[in-house]
Ligand binder design. Structure first.
Ligand code: SF4
Ligand code: SF4
Length: 74
């Protein structure tokens, strides 16, 4: 049976920099970026997106509907 693989993407300009996703990720994949986005926030960034296990915690905690996308890879 194939092992499912997941990947996370954060759309920086949709992020409000609240930090919720940083605290809930069990793999500690997300950190605060060092550059201001178009809205003037330090957007979250993913250092190692292929380490995502697809738990969805970051997605469900994020108050911004367009900021986080989780993909299941083929
Ligand atoms: S889906 Fe889970 S493992 Fe993947 S980045 Fe979000 S919180 Fe971390
Ligand atoms: S939870 Fe959403 S809005 Fe908050 S820092 Fe993470 S991606 Fe940005």
């Amino acid at each position: 049976m194939a092992v499912k693989k997941f990947r996370i993407r954060i759309t920086a300009d949709e992020c409000k920099g609240c930090g919720r996703c940083l605290t809930v990720c069990p793999k500690k994949l997300i950190s605060r970026g060092r550059e201001l986005n178009i809205q003037g926030y330090y957007a979250a960034v993913v250092e190692n997106p292929e380490g995502c296990i697809g738990c969805g915690s970051c997605f469900y905690q994020c108050p911004e509907p367009g900021a986080i996308t989780i993909f299941e890879e083929e």
